[in-house]
Design a protein around this ligand. Structure first.
Ligand SMILES: *Cc1c(COP(=O)(O)O)cnc(C)c1O
Length: 397
């Protein structure tokens, strides 16, 4: 008898699902021999903006670049502080450090895994410029309370929605609650492409222009407009006369600001246009799987994930908690069930951030969760039998 093997995420199954449609589309895309910033990218940006219900969507090379560019567009850099969570993927705080600013961590709530809004105000200093909120595992953060603190203290809000495509807070998709939001299409995300990809979403015309300029070497028409915004506008937004002579052209090799080479390519955009059409159905499957697991594990020693009131959780990951996490992960591995540990080291204890001088004990909730949480498979095509096998093995421990 073949031994059961259930991967955490079955990328092969996904490939099979989309292969025929993707291959057809790729033939069409490749025939055009236009690989960068073409029709597929433009169409996907329009479709993704509509999907999120945001005014602008600006595609970039990956989710980390989306965060870096969003921070730069907001003018955040050296000497600034950005408040964020220590219980997230490294990129969240890495992006803050990459622009020269300082990540300031705030502890998380035990139920939602997200930043605790009631702890935000005590972290605000004269240097604080923004709150970078993460919707971890697909669970939306408490946006009403976070936005209220931001508004009261004139701070920007950036959403790291890299795990929350198709999650909702009060019936609105994540990505429109902050000034700007970032998404990742890394292959294992719930909307993943066949390589790296990312997206920035905003309702601000000004931020959209800056992001478009920043992703492409600050050149061309977007570069010129970005330069105008940064250097040639008075406080009312009117063009200052003396500046016009410095605007020297909108062609390709005329660069206005220092930017990046961070673009989504046509092939990935084509893949994402196909997969976006199936995302609703996939999220529905994930949510049904979560319900199946929740029911089967009721009354057991496993703490199942909670879904806050007024939210729709996309279950990018299904996270369980148990005192004996490491032994259970080993037991599941021996039973052919893959798991994931997200995240074993809270960011304030990462070597890379040792200069920030945090210590063990600073964020008890994040530290507690880092020892207890693990993800079990919840990908859309998981079968009833596989789910029964997983819950059976969990309960057998
Ligand atoms: C994946 C992820 C990122 C980074 O996205 P990449 O595309 O891998 O650069 C940032 N933040 C969170 C919360 C993520 O899950």
């Amino acid at each position: 008898m073949k031994k059961t093997q259930i991967p955490l995420i079955d990328l092969n199954l996904e490939r099979e699902m989309y292969e025929a449609e993707v291959m057809q589309t790729l033939t069409r895309v490749i025939k055009k021999a236009h690989y960068i910033m073409g029709e597929e990218v433009r169409s996907f940006e329009v479709e993704f903006a509509q999907y999120i219900d945001a005014k602008h969507a600006i595609s970039v090379g990956n989710g980390t670049d989306a965060l870096v560019i969003a921070l730069e567009a907001l003018g955040i850099g050296c000497g600034d502080e950005v408040i964020t969570t220590p219980f997230t993927f490294f990129s969240t705080a890495e992006s803050i450090a990459l622009v020269g600013a300082t990540p300031v961590f705030v502890d998380v709530e035990l139920d939602s895994f997200n930043m605790d809004p009631s702890l935000l105000e005590e972290k605000i200093t004269a240097k604080t410029k923004a709150i970078l909120v993460v919707h971890l595992f697909g669970q939306p953060a408490e946006m009403d309370e976070i936005s209220a603190v931001a508004k009261k203290n004139s701070l920007f809000v950036i959403e790291d929605a890299c795990q929350a495509v198709d999650s909702e807070y009060k019936s609105k998709r994540m990505g429109t609650f902050g000034d700007i939001a970032c998404f990742s299409f890394f292959p294992t995300k719930n909307l993943g492409c066949f390589g790296d990809g990312g997206m920035i979403v905003t309702n601000s015309d000004k931020l959209a222009v800056l992001c478009k300029a920043l992703r492409n070497h600050g050149s061309g028409i977007n570069g010129e407009q970005a330069y105008e915004i940064l250097h040639c506008m008075d406080t009312q937004g009117a063009l200052v006369e003396s500046c016009e002579s410095t605007l020297f052209g909108t062609q390709k090799y005329y660069n206005y600001i220092i930017g990046h080479n961070s673009r989504l390519d046509e092939i990935q955009a084509a893949v994402l246009r196909i997969k976006l059409r199936y995302l609703d159905v996939e999220t529905q499957s994930r949510r049904e799987h979560a319900e199946t697991f929740n029911k089967a594990l009721t009354g057991s020693a496993y703490k199942t994930p909670s879904e806050s009131a007024n939210t729709k959780h996309c279950y990018h990951m299904y996270i369980l908690q148990h005192e004996e996490r490491d032994a259970i992960v080993e037991h599941l591995k021996n039973s052919g069930i893959a798991t994931g540990i997200y995240y074993p080291i809270p960011l304030h204890l990462q070597k890379a951030f040792e200069d920030l001088e945090y210590k063990y004990g600073d964020f008890p909730n994040a530290e507690y969760l880092a020892k207890r949480t693990f993800a079990v498979p919840i990908y859309p095509k998981l079968t009833e039998e596989q789910m029964q096998y997983i819950t059976g093995m969990l309960l057998k421990y």
